[in-house]
Design a binder for this molecule. Structure first.
Ligand code: ADP
Ligand code: MG
Length: 272
């Protein structure tokens, strides 16, 4: 379990994170949503121990991060917003390098083969990172986050800059990895569409504060407030509201295409 308590960060006089508290349960997929500048990356950089907080605490399974950042880093795999890839290395060399840097205590060759297999980059092992597509680079970033089998992984905007197919690929990949273990996942995004399909719970941040914290359906019910802070609801939310206004008796609080299809079919059957 990850516990964030009264976390605050000032950059000079700018308050980027303003006294936020939340917990993430073991095995949960938490969607961490907010417009640009909300304080998402700053929060993740503090949780992972890469940035010191101005005040507040972060504990992972009872271990205080800020007291023991090295131990904390062994508990969290992190794909930062701008991953520090060494683009002149081959994929395999880079993973070996990161393996050493993280002081992973597992059989090296086997473990690196395993993370490459899990992220489906085995065929890219000997390719130089700068020659890979953006989608494959994100997979390398993901593979690096998995080194050492951390119980928690944090992915900061893993779909940024990807086309829709690349975006679905990486999100499906994350969902697949989550299913393989009881890993806790924090998925940061400014896109509700990304998060709606995968998150068990959503936290919305705005201007350094937590605005909502709840199940996707509860949070998306506030879609008008979310629009006001620059976040668009999933497309299906708009379609369902439209259908209801036009007289089809559908529930509006669905968030995925699959749920919408079921709901529309049921409403149509009722009508006939
Ligand atoms: P998000 O990830 O939600 O887009 P950030 O955490 O990157 O938000 O930024 C939150 C706020 O802190 C923004 O106002 C941003 O300009 C500011 N900020 C972020 N990093 C720095 C920094 N290194 N120095 C000064 N201000 C920063
Ligand atoms: Mg960010």
């Amino acid at each position: 379990m990850v516990e964030v308590k009264n976390l605050t960060k000032f950059y000079g006089s700018i308050k980027a994170v303003d006294d936020i508290s939340f917990t993430v349960e073991t095995g949960e997929v938490l969607g961490f949503l907010g417009p640009n500048g909300a304080g998402k990356s700053t929060t993740m950089n503090m949780i992972t121990g890469y940035l010191s907080s101005t005040s507040g605490t972060v504990t992972i399974d009872g271990c205080e991060i800020l007291d023991d950042p090295i131990h904390a880093k062994s508990k969290i795999g992190y794909l930062p917003e701008i991953p520090p890839l060494y683009i002149d290395m081959t994929v395999k060399k880079y993973l070996e390098f990161m393996f050493d840097l993280k002081k992973v205590k597992l059989p090296k060759k086997e473990h690196i083969d395993e993370v490459m297999r899990l992220t489906k980059i085995t065929e890219q092992a000997d390719r130089i990172i700068k020659h890979l597509s953006k989608g494959y680079r994100q997979r390398v970033g993901l593979a690096q986050a998995l080194l050492g089998n951390p119980p928690v992984i944090i992915l900061d905007e893993p779909t940024a800059g990807l086309d829709p197919k690349g975006r679905d690929d990486i999100l499906d990949q994350i969902a697949y990895l989550h299913k393989q273990s009881d890993m806790t996942v924090i998925l940061v995004s400014h896109s509700m569409e990304d998060i709606a399909r995968y998150a068990d719970r959503i936290i919305v941040m705005n201007k350094g504060s937590v605005m909502y914290n709840g199940a996707p359906k509860e949070v998306f019910a506030h879609y008008q407030e979310l629009e006001k802070i620059g976040l668009a609801a999933p497309q299906v939310t708009y379609i369902m509201h439209d259908l209801k206004e036009k007289g089809l008796p559908v529930k509006v609080n669905v968030t995925t295409v699959e749920e919408a299809a079921d709901e529309i079919m049921q409403a149509l059957e009722k009508k006939i």
